[in-house]
Design a protein around this ligand. Structure first.
Ligand code: ATP
Ligand code: MG
Length: 300
């Protein structure tokens, strides 16, 4: 989950539509109520007024979830996590409030910096809030924080309200492009691997799974037409695996899947011969069409 959250969505993959902020909060709230420790009380205070804004739904979810996870981390003994929405004039505001440790005033100016973290190495990368900040800015919003040591923290995000009509999302259910080829999916995170496997199977593909680079190299075979390869893995990383897979099966097509790919690295990866990227968290429609395009030899 953490790794999914790190995805700094590339600009071209962002689809801004009219979304309802209350609905986004409810969706995140549902996810949280299923996963958070019961010591943490969830509260919602959502305005009955319209809360439509123009945003990317996936990104909006990332923002809310990142703030919620930080709040959870700040309340190891439990507490209250509250979401509040308000509509005023032409602005829609969401506040995420916790009763946790609070933020040391000395650190307050640095929390949005990439890689700033007060957590142990294995617990935090310090990217959460910089992703949040980036998304809020990209969406035309502002973010503010108020915090008091030992009392808690409040993040306040304000977006421009949208008066455009909402497109009916039910209509969007178009058939996804599938196929029957054999595909190998490689990821060290079991949930991620499972997600990819089921998604590809649902699309009709035959799927071979590998949970690390070594397994991927072992299983590489002529009848596998495409490999979806995670870059950051223990034991043998994606880059090394890619080199061995290419030696064994030079014609196989390769898609790199990554939660956090810095754009500067892209030209280098393209030179070592990959067909393209899929970005975590996966957006099924995009994943399906990228896979189909790559198999068909269409540039992505
Ligand atoms: N709700 C909060 N309560 C207390 N401290 C917070 C809160 N939110 C953020 N912080 C502080 O800001 C720092 C940066 O947060 P950020 O989300 O960017 O990184 P992280 O949570 O440390 O790591 P990551 O999000 O990558 O797992 C945190 O390490 C913590 O010190
Ligand atoms: Mg965080």
């Amino acid at each position: 989950m953490t790794r999914q959250l790190l995805s700094l969505s590339r600009k071209d993959a962002v689809t801004r539509r009219v979304v309802n902020l209350n609905e986004a909060v409810r969706t995140t709230g549902k996810l949280l109520s299923e996963t958070l420790d019961r010591k943490i009380r969830l509260e919602f205070d959502l305005t009955p007024e319209t809360t439509n804004i123009k945003a990317d739904e996936t990104q909006l979810g990332q923002v809310l979830l990142n703030l919620a996870i930080n709040a959870r981390d700040a309340m190891p003994e439990g507490g209250t996590l509250r979401f509040t929405t308000r509509t005023e004039d032409d602005k829609v505001t969401v506040r995420v409030t916790d009763t946790g440790t609070g933020i040391d005033p000395e650190n307050l100016s640095r929390i949005f910096d990439p890689f700033f973290t007060t957590k142990e190495k294995t617990k935090g990368t310090g990217l959460g809030l910089s992703v949040v900040y980036g998304i809020v800015k990209q969406t035309g919003g502002t973010i503010d924080v108020k915090s008091e040591l030992d009392l808690g923290t409040e993040f306040i995000i304000t977006f421009p309200a949208s008066s455009e009509p909402r497109k009916d999302t039910a209509q969007k259910e178009t058939r996804l492009a599938g196929g029957a080829e054999k595909i190998m999916v490689v990821d060290d995170e079991p949930e991620m691997l499972n997600l990819l496997e089921t998604a590809m199977k649902d699309l009709g593909y035959t799927v071979v799974c590998a949970k690390n680079g070594m397994e991927a190299v072992e299983q590489a075979a002529e009848d596998i037409k495409l490999v979806i390869l995670d870059m950051i893995m223990p034991e043998m990383d994606g880059m090394t695996a890619l080199r061995f897979i290419r030696q064994k099966t030079p014609d196989v097509k390769v898609l790199i899947s990554s939660g956090y790919t810095s754009p500067e690295k892209v030209p280098m990866l393209e030179r070592i011969g990959i067909e393209g990227f899929v970005q975590k968290p996966y957006e099924l429609g995009k994943l399906a069409s990228t896979v189909r395009d790559v198999l068909d030899g269409v540039a992505v």
